[in-house]
Design a protein around this ligand. Sequence first.
Ligand SMILES: [Zn+2]
Length: 295
Amino acid sequence: MMEFINIKGNTWAACGPVNIGAYVFNGEAVLIDSGNDSSSGRKILRLAEEKNWKIKLIINTHFHADHVGGNAFIQKRTECGIAASAREAPFIDMPEMEPEILWSGRAPKAISNKFLQAEPSNVTLLLRPGTLIEGWGLVIVPLPGHAHGQIGVLTPDGVLFTADSVISERILNKYGIPFTADHCSAMETFDMLDSFKADFFVPSHGDICEDIVPVTDANRRCLNALREEILEICSEPSTRDVIVGKLAQRHGLDMNLPQYVLIQSTVAAILSPLIDSGEILCSFNEGTLSLKSRS
Ligand SMILES: [Zn+2]
């Protein structure tokens, strides 16, 4: 049974498939993310009501449906505000943009499901890096990589909610290929987190920890290994789809359209810096884009 547990001082988390944060002051609460869908929203609202918390604001770490899916339900019931970074906000207001971008055009219905497209909700506050949420002392920490405009939230208790910037090792081992929108930014975010001073770190997927370094290490190793795998696959001229297919086979993934677009997108993010640095060369062979490692 999911419930809010106290991490430290006024900082709480309800741990489940997606960990939901709360910072509570004088009976008023700021939530960090809202879960998968309206039923998660309903559950979170009930847990807050049991504690006599009044939800004033939801801060969304990024727009992915499992983080914003409860927004619409909670906002309708409480008229709370919703805060997000400028790059994530349009996807929360217009969630159909996510399947459209993943597919590179209007998406088939199989992708436009609730796992990739949340119900729309209204962002009322745009967050900039370093923004201090007035009256609450919550600091916005940019964590780009997994999503372009992803942010973390540092509470006055020294608890950093790290969103999907890192995933606990046990979950990383299960997924194999963590979704990445920007490979270079993800790596920079790992380095930044290594020297970040906080008493507790709360990833959205996985366990609350006091030392983030082993977690960033595991995530860094995972992304580096994926990069090496792609370079190795491209020792033979390969298309993007061939790379996706070979990775899916190597990692034993069950493929379907949503899984396909997510892996394809991550592969694209890893390829870009390799193409920019000349480590992978692009050419067209009978009209088909062919990618080949330089060596
Ligand atoms: Zn995510």
